[in-house]
Design a protein around this ligand. Structure first.
Ligand code: NAD
Length: 254
């Protein structure tokens, strides 16, 4: 027996980075996984690898978390394919351009909030309905260290992640009596395609500055976040709800 045997999990943003590692970890430990991503190439590749490499099943769904129908379809897929929903990891997210608060365009602001914050709420809404029907479950939202502190030049991203933590706490309170636990992880800077897309790898000096922000002197690996998410999803975390767990090489302890 492995810790997620017989369970069904959804992972949004499951095609890349933290989500990809989380989907593999849950599947390796027995969960059938619905991988939801707007990037169908990566999402389908991860799904095929999980089916080949683990004893679990996986299904890809092409989902934009800003779209109600997509998100409802994602939960319906879990229910139809696997007969229930036990675990949901609301992880899909986007970075934002580095620019000071007054310089951000309204469209960039709105896009970041739509994906990173409203997207999490939209997923929670559908997942919670399914979990209430199914005697409870465990949900983990991917926030950030920037949900707990600020940084210069990322106002929309920082606001969105602070919002994810507020939402996590309220959902935890609202559904504790239904046996649904809702937690969040707050990763430090993690070596995933998101950092590359944000242009942070363009010169070694910037990468070194990022490393130095973490007392452990390095960036995190996506598997280190996946392991924390999997623990929060597991029965070992049965008394944890409303928690914002930092996995950050000491960043927030400075
Ligand atoms: P990533 O770019 O590797 O993965 C993000 C995934 O989300 C991608 O597969 C992407 O296609 C998907 N996605 C983006 N918009 C979507 C949408 N509208 N609908 C569905 N899927 C969508 O990045 P990552 O670093 O693995 O990021 C995962 C989460 O971790 C994000 O929420 C991010 O904000 C958070 N995070 C990342 C870091 C970091 O340093 N990498 C730090 C703290 C928090």
């Amino acid at each position: 027996m492995t810790r997620f045997d017989g369970t069904t999990a959804i992972v949004t943003g499951g095609g890349s980075g933290i989500g990809e590692h989380t989907a593999r970890t849950l599947a390796t430990d027995g969960a059938n996984v619905v991988i939801a991503d707007v990037d169908s190439e990566n999402g389908e590749a991860t799904t095929a690898e999980i089916v080949d490499e683990t004893d679990s099943d996986a299904t890809f769904v092409d989902v934009d978390v800003t779209n109600d129908d997509d998100v409802e379809g994602m939960v319906e897929t879990a229910l139809e394919e696997y007969g229930g929903l036990d675990i949901a990891v609301n992880n899909a997210g986007i970075g934002s351009k580095l620019e000071p608060t007054a310089a951000v365009s309204e469209s960039d602001w709105q896009r970041t909030i739509d994906v990173n914050l409203t997207g999490v709420w939209r997923c929670l809404r559908s997942e919670i309905d399914a979990m209430v029907e199914d005697d409870g479950g465990a949900i983990v939202n991917t926030a950030s260290i920037l949900g707990r502190v600020g940084t210069q030049g990322a106002p929309a991203y920082t606001a969105s992640k602070h919002g994810v933590l507020g939402l996590t706490k309220v959902a935890a309170l609202d559904y504790a009596s239904e046996d649904i636990r809702v937690n969040a992880v707050c990763p430090g800077y993690i070596d995933t395609p998101m950092l590359e897309e944000a242009g942070l790898y363009e010169d070694e000096a910037t990468v070194e500055q990022l490393r130095e922000l973490h007392p452990q002197g390095r960036l995190g690996e996506p598997q280190e976040i996946a392991d924390a998410i999997a623990w929060l999803c597991s029965d070992e975390a049965s008394f944890a709800t409303g928690e914002a767990m930092a996995i950050d090489g000491g960043y927030l302890s400075r």
